[in-house]
Design a protein around this ligand. Structure first.
Ligand code: FAD
Ligand code: A2P
Length: 275
């Protein structure tokens, strides 16, 4: 080793990085309220598809400004993907929406959450019920082979106000059949039932209404929910979660948790609604 190398190595100071820094690798804006991005994944980060982590940026005061985010990529993916709202005056997302490839984000590598396959009893059909950005954990689970190993049929119901807000989920679902890694697991097991509530589209209506009326069962040509066969995962606003729970309980399904698997599990897509 030359003197120069010795000096360089000894004196080398790391380039200033954020604590738990990861690098953004791509960003896609879907609407003026929604974007997705991918980032490097810490080698040590192990998570179960459907879990969430804390991510963020340095705030103006120099301290980490962190928020909970579902990991939208599956557990086998080399990178991490996130699907995000843009809240105009939101402390984090008013800044996060401007990230570019090469920028750094903070990621606390402690994944947690109830939307995991382990929290459900074995069953035949798995329902993913989401509004808005609540599709993020299911973007992960829809790309996990274990989902299709455990269930004969997977039904993704996603509801948004407008058609453009469905695009992230729609493109993802449409890409799965031909995906070289996951396509053979998905096969014809995944059914997609997108609806809008405030703009005309092929399928309209709230998830709660389409389940209660039986419309979704008729449209898909499948029997109604049954506690012995059906399992469900729910992710949306608090009001949505409360209303869906009542519908699922009406079909005889019970809420489970990591510690006590049952027929359905719920996670908030965000904290808000003034509650
Ligand atoms: P905040 O001060 O956090 O929120 C301001 C207000 O904006 C809230 O009171 C609420 O009314 C509204 N709001 C916040 N998030 C959303 C949202 N996602 N959809 C609609 N309205 C919202 N957000 C994501 O975009 N993607 C995710 O994958 C995601 N996963 C989450 C998982 C969990 C378990 C929880 C609890 C929250 C999750 N969130 C997610 C919400 C996220 O933590 C932040 O609230 C969001 O990024 C906005 O941050 P903010 O600091 O800009 O505004
Ligand atoms: P709606 O347009 O009838 O309110 P938001 O953008 O407000 O988070 O809503 C996202 C989607 O979730 C909208 O399509 C909205 O329908 C629907 N939604 C909101 N609250 C509920 C609820 N309590 N039950 C069922 N769907 C809901």
């Amino acid at each position: 080793m030359t003197e120069l190398q010795k000096v360089t190595e000894t004196d080398a100071k790391p380039v200033r990085t954020l604590p738990d820094a990861q690098t953004v690798t791509s960003v896609k804006h879907w609407t003026d309220r929604l974007f997705s991005f991918r980032a490097t994944r810490p080698q040590s980060l192990r998570f179960r598809s459907g879990e969430f982590v804390m991510i963020g940026l340095l705030g103006d005061n120099g301290k980490p400004l962190l928020r909970a985010y579902s990991i939208a990529s599956p557990s086998w993916d080399e990178e991490l993907e996130f699907y995000s709202i843009k809240v105009p005056d939101g402390p984090l997302t008013s800044k996060l929406q401007h990230i570019q490839p090469g920028d750094q984000i903070i990621l606390r590598p402690k994944p947690v959450g109830t939307l995991v396959l382990d929290a459900l009893l074995p069953g035949k059909r798995l329902w993913f019920l989401a509004t808005g950005t609540g599709i993020a954990p299911f973007a992960s689970l829809m790309r996990d082979p274990e989902t299709y190993e455990k269930f004969d049929q997977v039904i993704m119901m996603h509801t948004t106000r407008t058609k453009a807000e469905l695009d992230y989920g729609r493109e993802l679902v449409e890409s799965l059949a031909d995906d070289p890694l996951i396509g053979e697991f998905v096969g014809d097991k995944l059914r997609y039932y997108p609806t809008t509530t405030r703009e005309d589209s092929a399928n309209m209506g709230r998830i709660t209404d389409n389940l209660s009326s039986g419309k979704v069962f008729d449209d898909l040509g499948i029997p109604p929910m049954d506690k012995d066969r059906d399992r469900a995962m729910v992710c949306g606003s608090l009001a949505f979660n409360v209303d869906v729970k009542a519908v699922l309980e009406g079909f005889g399904l019970r809420e489970g948790a990591n510690s006590e698997p049952q027929e359905y599990v719920v996670e908030k897509a965000f904290v808000g609604d003034g509650i």
